[in-house]
Design a protein around this ligand. Sequence first.
Ligand code: HEC
Length: 102
Amino acid sequence: MKFLPAQTLLCFPFILLLSQSSLAANPAHGKDLHNANCQSCHTSLMDGNPDLIYTRPDRRVNSLAGLKSQVTRCKTTVGVSWPDDQVEDVVEYLNTSFYKLK
Ligand code: HEC
């Protein structure tokens, strides 16, 4: 089955493209963006547990609109230039994993 790995490699960028151009927010992509750009600072703020910043009892975000503006604010601090759909992916990831806001 020598041909299989090469075929898989050829397909991979195409699959990535397809998943990124989807209209619905993509929390898995949001997680990748978040972990690559956002997590380390929260880890040091929260003494080693980055998730705590989203789950602590006195967290600041308590609405979807608030979550989106906080992500946008932190995004500006970090200096990443995410278009709106990537902001939505990160918001979707944080909401489905931690906030559970409606
Ligand atoms: C340089 C450090 C730093 C980086 C990098 C960073 N943040 Fe933050 N983040 C903070 C601080 C500080 C707070 C506010 C903590 C507080 O007010 O208690 C915060 C809070 C938040 C909150 C609100 C938590 C709550 O209380 O409900 C969200 C959501 C958030 N950040 C998202 C992000 C995202 C998304 C990124 C990546 C684009 C990111 N942050 C990158 C420092 C950072």
